[in-house]
Design a binder for this molecule. Sequence first.
Ligand SMILES: C[S@@+](CC[C@H](N)C(=O)[O-])C[C@H]1O[C@@H](n2cnc3c(N)ncnc32)[C@H](O)[C@@H]1O
Length: 301
Amino acid sequence: MLSSEARFETEIRQSLPGMRVMVNGEHLRGKLKRLAMEPPIRLLSRLILKRMPIPASTRALWDLSERPAYLLGLNFAARQAIREGVRAFSAVEFGVAGGNGLIVLEKEAAAISRDHDLAISVVGFDRGSGGLPDFIGDHRDHPDIWKPGDFPMDEAALRARLSPTTQLFLGDVAASLPKFLGDQTQPPLGFISFDLDLYSSTSSALMVLSSPAARMLEHVALAFDDVDHARSHRFAGELLAIDEFNERSQRVKIDRWRGLAQNRPFPEAGYLQKMYIAHDLPAIGRSGLARNTLRRDLNQG
Ligand SMILES: C[S@@+](CC[C@H](N)C(=O)[O-])C[C@H]1O[C@@H](n2cnc3c(N)ncnc32)[C@H](O)[C@@H]1O
């Protein structure tokens, strides 16, 4: 029985008759992968992959998810957990509303968890039926985009759709977050989605990374939903909350997820611009790699 990757290679080869390929195993695979990502072949490749039972990490590369940002963040967190020898992490969504995002987070966490034999704890934070809270009264909460009361949750309908293992923290995030942080049984943070819309709410939620009680992997994948509207700017909303977080927090710093668009079949995908990483600087400073010394020969490129 062929592995799904081998089947993919076969299908690609069959779909490209006359293509000259090297027969050396490793070389062929790398060449095929690169070729499969070339426009316009990439569209055909994605169509084929969509029909195949491929690992979640391959889906993450090809943006094959209802929420590619969630799958990408979870996949990164799984790899980071494995690097650190950790068998469990938390995946958090700030701002749940009707729950469409949280349901996908559950589904993709289950897929990643199966592929890597990791435990992923899925957690959602929301005010509940009240929707967006009152604003702080100036431009920073973007009253040009949002209104208090937007996105009310139907809690009963949501709970009926959620897995019993998913945790919902209801109430203003400033009040509910300390309960989460105080619970020592929660595994370290691996992936967080911020979708609270407001500067004020996002500033409160970012305490999840700067609180002395925060437990996190060395690098935590983050997705911010509202950083790329035409009316987004660094002086309001999530972008301002990130800048202020970095000024305030000495231990953890948030930066763009660098190099993310490289070696991807769809580097232009808009959501890639919304991905960030939180870096725990002292933890990184304490880390050491258990691997052989890297060597580079003089005649290597
Ligand atoms: C845009 S909706 C979230 C949509 C959801 N992520 C999805 O993908 O369907 C924003 C949510 O953030 C919640 N929210 C905003 N400020 C909050 C706060 N201070 N505390 C808790 N929830 C808040 C609102 O209740 C609202 O449901």
